[in-house]
Design a protein around this ligand. Structure first.
Ligand code: ATP
Length: 774
């Protein structure tokens, strides 16, 4: 297993000739994968090839297999689709086609093949690999090749990268392209939402996914749909009345609009296809709603990749090359996967077998097994969706003595997903019989109320209050940077006044600090001897205890859109470098990941600081860069500088120094996107994770029901942070994190998982090591 923390790519290659191809349906991010493979191969001293038009190119050979230079993939990160083309190739399905393909590879001396595609493409790859020795024998026995020529090709190195919008491969949480596709879907549903609301209409939206309901389910979770149809989890036998009842109930509860998402492969438990038209007819006739159908079609595949897909494609492309370099004839061919936040290699054969098993289980109508075959996330999302849309609470309500009054509070700056998390928490509370108590405008809001100033800062929420919050940016219950320590006594009195039994805190480093203060305040105030969970939410992603905060993905998307526009302007004027200032407080996370996602020339972080020598070396690098790619149509260059990277070398100063030193050879400008980075509408990833973690947090708080105040105070886990740590979602005790893992001075975790990714940014931009020497 390889960690996300990628080490510098100094692995000797022994003259590897690595070819990369894209195959099957195109997906956003494929170009980023090709770029990463090509550049990582070259940086490791190998020779890189691109096979054009998928397996067809491999069968056709000749100019369809092209050697790639460094500049050939410049600017590819931000392009949608696949620039090296893809095709469905019949010839490769048969042995003679594969024999020709093998011969063409030997012709070019290629000894490793990295394939980015869906399960079909990877199945083909696996077949090719298993057949390879016999293909070599046949080439020799039929006189096409001499033994000498195949001697060094007896072993074929194959690595799979999963490029598919469906997210249908078992073993990986995400495929390259699925989050971009989800963005496209959610954007469309958000637009439809507005008109549905205006006219009180119902919309039935068909999304892609013949065998996999990931897109449908995630779209349902992110957009607050009323009902979702996915192939792995068909609705009950009497789904018609079940769906109509839920939707009727939602309308009775005051909802003005209805959204139903249908995967194209939806069916009932007898495998009879459920079409959007069938759903529409039911809604029109049985519920009496003005209902329309929208089929999103190929827009779902298109457009530029989102930040996450660019990062995933880049890190996986790099990992694929490393897997090639480290492989031996005994190593099973890997497929590069991601589990939560960890890039891992898994045996390709197993992943394909498990994927096929899901399809077989669906065909056998064993839906429970089919669901198990998807990753753990899938079931959790399904549960979260069901909880947020439930109308029949029978069987879910807890007995009265187990019900809690859960305080919900937002602390710090707004971040995408805060409202989605709150909506999920409210729905969860109501489903289980708890009372969701919103503490408006953070701790100062709470305390103001107690002092008899304006009322209304504490309110019990009902389902409809929060129902429309799934996709909203900002903070509907208001957020504030104020900390409880500003008035501990009043805070404690308010907790008692409103009978808060458990606390769900959503926010960034301030929220973390607030919970730390409350935890420590337990010594003096019994009111704080309640379970508390913080769900990290901040664009800076600097909360200790997690590698991911909701809101950070929205920020990265806003930043890359901004940088793409700037890059275009910079490349139109050919000779310009932009120095862009990013947010992130004293954490260089945003700068670094955005750097990976846009292909920045360099990133300047507070962790490393900026030194004169760095600037001198980077200017040399820039001069070299502009000299070697003069006239290239995609030569816009960007340096990302975190806002706190240096007190002296400001963004403007760096741009001016570069301009001065360029001596007219090129120009330099600076740009500060500022609060644009908080984003407008939260990204689907932030929304779905907010829902998943929101529900998990509430379930976690329930574990303390029935415990005495002292038992709670004595249990370090009763004040926790929910977070992603490597391959796991975990609750970690505040006490330990505060003590061992927090850099309080710089307001960030002591160990930041992404630090080594600066090396990847550098390797892929060609930046020499000397540029990082202080
Ligand atoms: P998508 O997720 O878009 O469906 P995919 O990779 O599953 O992508 P397919 O059309 O199934 O797309 O496969 C792409 C190509 O891979 C096929 O045209 C064929 O050339 C090759 N391929 C697929 N299955 C096999 C197989 N069993 N044996 C050999 N080659 C195969």
């Amino acid at each position: 297993m390889a960690e996300l923390n990628l080490s510098p790519p100094a692995v000797p290659t022994g003259g590897k000739r690595i070819a990369v191809m894209t195959s099957g349906g195109d997906s956003p991010g494929m170009n980023g994968a090709v770029r990463a493979v090509v550049r990582q191969t070259l940086a490791s001293g190998g020779v890189a090839y691109a096979v054009y038009e998928g397996y067809q190119g491999l069968v056709d050979g000749g100019s369809m297999i092209k050697e790639m230079r460094w500049e050939d993939v410049r600017g590819w990160l931000s392009e949608g689709g696949t620039l090296i083309g893809t095709a469905r190739c019949k010839a490769f399905m048969e042995r003679p086609g594969r024999l020709t393909a093998a011969n063409n590879m030997i012709e070019k001396g290629i000894n490793a093949l990295i394939i980015c595609g869906g399960d079909g493409s990877l199945t083909g790859a696996d077949k090719f690999r298993s057949e390879w020795p016999s293909l070599m024998d046949e080439l020799v026995s039929t006189g096409k090749r001499k033994e000498d020529e195949v001697k060094h090709h007896r072993h074929l190195n194959i690595v799979g990268l999963v490029g598919s919008i469906d997210n249908d491969l078992s073993g990986t949480d995400a495929t390259i392209g699925c989050y971009s596709s989800l963005e496209r879907i959610c954007q469309s549903i958000d637009y439809i939402d507005a008109t549905a609301f205006s006219h009180q209409r119902a919309f039935v939206i068909e999304v892609m996914g013949r065998h996999c309901g990931w897109l449908a389910l995630m779209a349902g979770v992110s957009c607050g749909a009323d009902f979702v149809f996915c192939p792995e989890n068909p609705p009950s036998e009497n789904w018609e009345s079940e769906m109509c009842n839920i939707i009727k109930k939602h309308r009775e509860m005051g909802k003005r609009k209805t959204i139903v998402v249908v995967a194209e492969g939806a069916h009932d438990r007898q495998l009879n296809h459920i079409s959007p038209t069938m759903v529409k007819d039911l809604l029109s006739e049985k519920v009496g709603l003005d209902t329309r159908v929208t089929t999103l079609g190929h827009v779902q595949r298109g457009g530029p990749p989102c930040a996450y897909d660019r990062m995933l494609a880049t890190l996986q492309g790099v990992e694929a090359v490393k897997a090639v370099l480290e492989s031996t004839p005994e190593t099973p061919s890997p497929v590069i996967c991601i589990v939560e936040n960890k890039i891992v290699r898994k045996p390709l054969v197993d992943a394909i077998a498990r994927t096929k098993e899901v399809a077989a289980n669906i065909a056998k109508k064993d839906f429970e097994a089919a669901l198990k075959g998807r990753d753990a996330e899938f079931e959790e999302f399904l549960e979260a969706f069901n909880i947020t849309t439930a109308t029949d609470k029978s069987g879910m309500l807890l007995p009265p003595e187990k019900r809690m009054r859960v305080g919900i509070i937002h602390v710090g700056a707004p971040a995408g997903g805060m409202n989605a998390a709150t909506r999920a928490a409210v729905a969860y509370c109501l489903t289980k019989g708890h009372t969701p108590v919103a503490l408006y405008n953070g701790f100062p809001g709470l305390c103001r109320h107690h002092n008899d100033k304006p009322l209304g800062s504490v309110r019990v929420l009902d389902w409809l209050d929060a129902e429309t919050w799934a996709s909203r940016g900002g903070s509907e219950i208001g957020t504030n940077r104020g900390l409880p320590a500003e008035d501990m006594e009043t805070t404690a009195a308010c907790f008692e006044l409103y009978k808060i039994d458990a606390l769900f805190v959503v926010g960034g480093f301030e929220a973390f600090t607030a919970v730390s203060q409350l935890r420590q305040g337990r010594q003096q105030y019994d009111a704080f001897k309640i379970p508390m969970v913080i769900l990290p939410a901040t664009v800076s992603n600097n909360v200790p205890g997690t590698e991911y905060s909701i809101g950070s993905d929205t920020c990265l998307n806003a930043l890359i859109t901004y940088c793409d526009a700037i890059k275009q302007s910079a490349s139109a004027s050919r000779r310009r470098v932009f120095v862009v200032e990013t947010q992130g407080g004293a954490s260089g996370y945003v700068a670094t990941i955005a750097g990976l996602a846009i292909g920045a020339l360099a990133v300047y972080t507070p962790e490393e600081g900026i030194h004169l020598n760095m600037l001198v070396e980077d200017i040399k690098f820039l001069k070299h860069s502009f000299a070697t790619d003069a006239g290239h149509s995609r030569s816009g260059k960007i340096i990302l500088r975190n806002e706190k990277a240096s007190k002296v070398y400001t963004t403007e100063l760096i741009a001016n120094i570069i301009k001065e030193e360029a001596g007219g050879r090129f120009d330099s400008r600076f740009a500060v996107p500022g609060h644009v980075q908080q984003g407008g509408t939260p990204s689907p990833m932030d929304r779905v994770r907010a829902v998943r973690f929101g529900v998990k947090s509430l379930q976690y708080l329930e574990k303390f029901i029935g415990k005495s105040k002292q038992e709670i105070a004595d249990d370090p886990m009763s004040a926790s942070v929910i977070g992603i740590r490597g391959a796991r979602v975990k609750f970690s005790a505040m006490e330990k994190i505060e003590r061992d893992e927090t850099d309080w001075k710089d307001r960030r975790p002591k160990e930041e998982f992404w630090m080594s990714l600066i090396d990847v940014v550098d390797t892929l931009s060609g930046r020499p090591k000397a540029c990082r020497t202080p």
